[in-house]
Ligand binder design. Structure first.
Ligand code: DAT
Ligand code: MG
Length: 139
């Protein structure tokens, strides 16, 4: 079933000039980019986006990192793209993410911190709907 997911190219990806490489991998897989915006995320947006992690030890540093520079928000559509993009991204920690994945290929020897893992991808249809509404608000 064709569906949509929210991808964020995080500030480390933008800083390292990997925006094109990450978008290339998404398109090469056959997914469609149907909305795209570069922006500097507000604290409010990030608090809402990462609400599930509030109170965890990495929450404050995560918000600080995510607001440290511009990021790119992307709506990506395709067959089972929610699950598929997370496979393309690789597991959360770039150190152990599989080669062939975005985090596994591009995320090593950069940040020692797990949070600098280049991309975010929605983890369920419910998250995707919520996050797409948050990053692509239509007034
Ligand atoms: P994912 O981004 O793979 O869905 P997540 O939702 O569990 O991972 O966590 C959100 C982000 O928070 C993740 O991309 C990086 C950061 N993070 C997660 N666990 C962490 C930890 N133990 N230490 C530092 N940062 C962490
Ligand atoms: Mg997550």
């Amino acid at each position: 079933m064709s569906e949509a997911t929210l991808v964020l190219i995080k500030p480390d990806g933008v800083k390292r000039n990997l925006t094109g490489e990450i978008l290339r991998r998404i398109e090469q897989k056959g997914y469609k980019i149907t909305a795209l915006q570069m922006l500097h995320a507000t604290e409010k947006q990030l608090a809402s986006h990462y609400a599930e992690h509030a109170g965890k030890p990495f929450y404050e540093p995560l918000l600080e990192f995510m607001s440290s520079g511009p990021l790119v928000a992307v709506r990506v559509e395709g067959e089972r793209v929610i699950e598929g993009f997370r496979v393309l991204a690789g597991t959360t920690d770039p150190t152990t993410a599989a080669p062939g994945t975005i985090r596994g290929d591009l995320g090593r020897d950069w940040g020692l911190n797990v949070q600098q893992n280049l991309v975010h991808g929605s983890d369920s249809p419910e998250s995707a709907a919520r996050e797409l509404a948050l990053w692509f608000a239509t007034a």
